[in-house]
Design a protein around this ligand. Structure first.
Ligand code: ADP
Ligand code: MG
Length: 250
């Protein structure tokens, strides 16, 4: 089954077409990397998928259920319980972590499961501590974001996303705000999630990482999917824009 299906997604900002009829599917357990030049629409695509940005036209489904669609030329999303159900399907990890600065690490992780998902406090705390252990951050439970390195913040952000038990995890350039040595520790954590077969869509500029970890790679250019396939297919593609883009990494 497709966990996520995006059909014919279009999005404009101020008359500029940023997503030009994009369709994509993500199956359960799949790891999809999205690469492409700055401004090609990668973040907008993730923001549309995670309902942070409205689409102008198209349709989005999670687990076979319509989540965003068009009626009479307007986008429609379900409301109430159904919307909550859809939102619980996915988690999003941003480039700049977006942790709550005035919350401790453990509160950053447990707040939404307790207050949004209304889960039992003891169980949420137990799981949060397990996640922190997995992230190598057991000793940081009471620290505040400002006391952590960027790499540690990003690992907290990943733990926070995982605490909501999403079916699919989106990453928007999770390491691009980090120094090279901190990048490695975050990429290792993401790899460990791949070993657990967590479905992931990762926007990244780490080409070797994308090549290694992905089942499928998507190269976006000027609002379209210009090349798509296995890492082997995409990284050996003769597409001129793709060659030019890859050339910047050598
Ligand atoms: P990428 O993530 O690939 O770098 P983005 O999706 O961030 O690309 O941006 C694609 C294009 O859309 C860029 O030209 C950007 O300036 C524009 N854009 C993105 N978000 C907005 C917004 N909220 N308002 C206006 N323009 C935007
Ligand atoms: Mg971006």
């Amino acid at each position: 089954m497709n966990l996520l299906e995006m059909k014919n997604i279009k999005k404009e900002f101020n008359g500029q077409s940023v997503l030009k009829d994009i369709s994509l599917q993500v199956k359960e357990g799949e790891i999809v990397s999205i690469i492409g030049p700055s401004g090609s629409g990668k973040s907008t695509l993730l923001r549309c998928a995670t309902m942070l940005t409205d689409i102008d036209s198209g349709e989005i489904s999670y687990m076979g259920k319509r989540s965003v669609w068009m009626e009479n030329g307007k986008t429609v999303v379900p409301s109430g319980k159904q919307l909550k159900e859809i939102r619980s399907c996915f988690g999003l990890v941003f480039q700049n972590f977006n942790l709550f600065p005035h919350y401790s690490v453990i509160k950053n992780i447990t707040d939404a499961p307790i207050h949004v998902q209304k889960r039992k406090k003891e169980e949420v705390y137990r799981e949060a501590r397990e996640l922190l252990a997995k992230m190598g951050l057991s000793d940081k439970e009471n620290a505040y974001p400002c006391q952590l390195s960027g790499g540690q913040c990003q690992r907290v952000a990943i733990a926070r996303a995982l605490a909501l038990n999403p079916k699919i995890l989106f990453f928007d350039e999770p390491t691009s705000a980090l120094d090279p040595e901190l990048t490695g520790e975050v990429l290792r954590v993401i790899r460990s999630l791949a070993d657990l077969h967590i479905t992931m869509v990762i926007v990244t500029h780490e080409m070797n990482f994308a090549k290694d970890i992905s089942d499928r790679v998507i190269f976006m250019d000027q609002g379209v999917i210009a090349v798509e396939g296995t890492p082997q297919q995409v990284f050996s593609s003769e597409n001129a824009r793709m060659r030019e883009f890859l050339g910047k990494f050598h």
